[in-house]
Design a protein around this ligand. Sequence first.
Ligand code: SAH
Ligand code: SF4
Length: 391
Amino acid sequence: MTAQQKVNLLGLSRPQMEEFFLTMGEKKFRAQQVLKWIHHHQADSFEQMTDVGKALRQKLSEVAEIRGPKVTHESISRDGTRKWVFEMDNGGAVETVFIPDGRRGTLCVSSQVGCAVDCSFCSTGKQGFQRDMTSAEIIGQVWQASRAFGPRRNLGQHPITNVVMMGMGEPLLNYDKVLTAMRIMKDDLGYGIGKKRITVSTSGVIPKMNQLSEDLDVSLAVSLHAPNDELRNQLVPLNRKYPLKDLMAACKSYSKNITHRHNTITMEYVMLRDVNDKPEHARQLVKLLNGIPVKVNLIPFNPFPHAGYERSRKNDILEFHKYLNDNGVMTTVRTTRGDDIDAACGQLVGQVKDRTRRSERWKESIFHRAEQTDNRSEERRVGKECRSRWS
Ligand code: SAH
Ligand code: SF4
């Protein structure tokens, strides 16, 4: 059997791992041992698994492997944000970002290489779609980030407390693989991350939103970005297939499924200068969201070369924010983190491809940071999950 054909145990959830051992003619409890070795002890070889007999370890190494995505770059920002670039098999690269915030540490995870949805303000969309990531590649980002923090003592002390599926790609268009990876994130034999602390962000793939509410209890964020169909059709082309009326109905039913158990849906709204940031947009948004338990997260647009959009003026963002809050829609403004290492929204993989722009961007990011310092305390309150965009 060649390395290519070996089963990568990194990407197996508990039931899949049990199935694997049963198929090998082994006992089910082996699954628990091996899951712990991989995700708690960060093992990458069967040799390390000292409570598994030598013969079984030998057998495992013939048919299986533990293989994470290959790290090609790693950087740490002055604000503590860390970024890893992973090289994918068959080409392409994705990035993962860790954002520390007091006791919380949020890992922003990718689900696809590129993205087919092609939102007009998103650099991943501009790259086109290359391929879905495997569940091993998705959970492998958590595994590699964990390894970078050193050995785990126990679940409670783990630096990664939250995961947001807000990296590259549309997670609900790679549903099965993302679901498997999230099951491993939630499992105590995996990372033991609670349902409120795992967030799937979607541009609005309605059938899969419905399915997710049946399959797994996690938090949902919807990339709304516009309060009417005409504008949303331009910004998020998927809106032509799943228009706002249907999307809002799907959000309502999702929230019915989840609200009694935990929280509201987050509506993400990227602030694009003179495009979707006017008082009339705020008024329409309040009407649109009426009756749905949501909180709105305003994301100042992160520019990238040839984007064709600009970030909204600070004052327009503040007024938009105030109007929504004054009208009963809980709203926060997202801060930009890690911009000195190009780890902020819209600033990722492009730098690996084109490092020549780096110093120029670095200067720009310093400017943005200076602009942001006076509303830091407001931003502190904001969930600091990352939006990983790639140019
Ligand atoms: N595909 C999913 C998840 C990844 S995108 C989705 O669209 O929800 C994560 C978030 O980053 C989305 O809300 C997306 O709209 C936002 N985003 C994309 N490009 C951005 C940019 N240049 N600046 C700020 N936010 C951006
Ligand atoms: Fe894809 Fe999300 Fe970017 Fe839209 S915003 S192109 S769905 S990654």
